[in-house]
Design a protein around this ligand. Sequence first.
Ligand SMILES: NC(=O)c1ccc[n+]([C@@H]2O[C@H](COP(=O)([O-])OP(=O)(O)OC[C@H]3O[C@@H](n4cnc5c(N)ncnc54)[C@H](O)[C@@H]3O)[C@@H](O)[C@H]2O)c1
Length: 347
Amino acid sequence: MQLIIVGTGGMAAAHAEKFGKINGVKIVGATDLDGGRLKDFCDRFDIEHRFLSLDEAIAWGGFEAAANVTPDHVHYDTTMALLKAGKHVFCEKPLATDFAKAQEMTDTAKQEGLVGMVNLSYRDVPHIHVMRKMVEGGELGAIKHVEASYLQSWLVSNAWGQWDKESQWLWRLSKDHGSNGVLGDVGIHILDFASFGIGQDIANIDCRLKVFDKAEGGRIGEYKLDANDSFAMTLEFGNGAIGVVHASRWATGHLNELRLRVHGDKGALELVHKPDETILRGCLGDDVNDAKWRDIDVAPGRSNYRSFVEAVGRNSQMEPSFEQGAKLQKVLDLCLVADETGRRQGV
Ligand SMILES: NC(=O)c1ccc[n+]([C@@H]2O[C@H](COP(=O)([O-])OP(=O)(O)OC[C@H]3O[C@@H](n4cnc5c(N)ncnc54)[C@H](O)[C@@H]3O)[C@@H](O)[C@H]2O)c1
C-alpha cells in the first residue's frame, strides 16, 4: 500500500512509526502547510515526496491511501478532497467538528466505495476487546451502571510541552481554531471506550462543560481560550444502563489515564489504561459476595493501523469506521446543546 501522511505535527510521528512497521506499507509522501515541519518530518522518516499543499499531492497522485493527521477543523475539507480523488482515508479523531460534516464524510466514503476509518486509538488496547467479549458472553449479567473518565493534566504540568507557547496545544483551547475542547479532543475517546466496552449505543445525555480562566483577558496571541477544559455528563445506554462520564485537562496527577468501570447484576469489570500500564480486573461469580477482585490476563491485540491496511487490502470497511466516528460526533454535538439549554438530549 502506497500511503501519504497529511499533516506532519505531533501525532503524525505515531502514524509514521506504526504504519512504517507494517509489511507491505510504503510511506511515499507527506504534506504540511509548514515547510520546516514537513522537511524535519520527512528527513526523520525518510519520506521521498514532500508537498506544501494537499492539492499538489493529489495532482501527483502516486498513492492509494492517506493518513489524515491535520487539526480537527481541517479533517473535513482534506478528507473530502482525498475521497473525491479516489483515495482511502484513515482520519484522526474527531472525524469532523460537527455531525453534519461527519455524516457527509461517511456517506461520501460509502458512495465512492472507499475505506474510511477513524483513529479511535483506545480500540488498540486489547483489554477493551476482552471486556466486550465478557459482557457479550453474559459473565457480568445485565449491565446496570457505568463509570468512565479520561484524565489529563497538560494545563497544570509540563510533561507534554508548554501549552501556553506551542500551537499544538493552543488550537485545542480555542473554538475559533475549530476545537470542541476536551469534549472533542478526548471526550470522543472515552465515549467510544464506554459504549464499545459494553456493546451499547448511547441513548440520551445530560452534560456540563466548563472553561476555566488561564490567561489574562482569556487570550494568548491569536488564540481566544474559550473551548471547554472539563466536562461532566450523565448518560443512558440503549439497554437502559445508566452512566457517568467525565474528562479534564486539569486532572492534576494524571498524565493520560482512561478508567472504565462496568457493573452488571452478576459481576463487574474495571479497566485502567495509563501510559506505563494497563490493568483489567474483575469481580465475578462467587467473588461478588465478598467484593473480591482478580486481575485478568490479556493477550496482545491488533492496532487500528493494521486494521486499516487490511481493510484497504480487501477493500472492505473495518472498525472503527467513519460511521462510528459520525455516531459519536452526534453525541458530542448534543453535549453542547445540553450544556447550553440545561436539558437532557435524546440521541
Ligand atoms: N488518536 C489520538 O489518540 C490522537 C492523539 C493526538 C492527536 N490526535 C489528533 O490528531 C490530529 C493532529 O493533532 P496534532 O497533535 O498532531 O496537531 P499538530 O498541530 O501538532 O499538527 C497538525 C499539523 O497539520 C498541519 N496542517 C494544518 N492544515 C493542514 C493542511 N490543510 N494540509 C496539511 N497539513 C496541515 C499543521 O501545519 C500541523 O503541522 C488532531 O485531529 C488530533 O485530535 C489524535
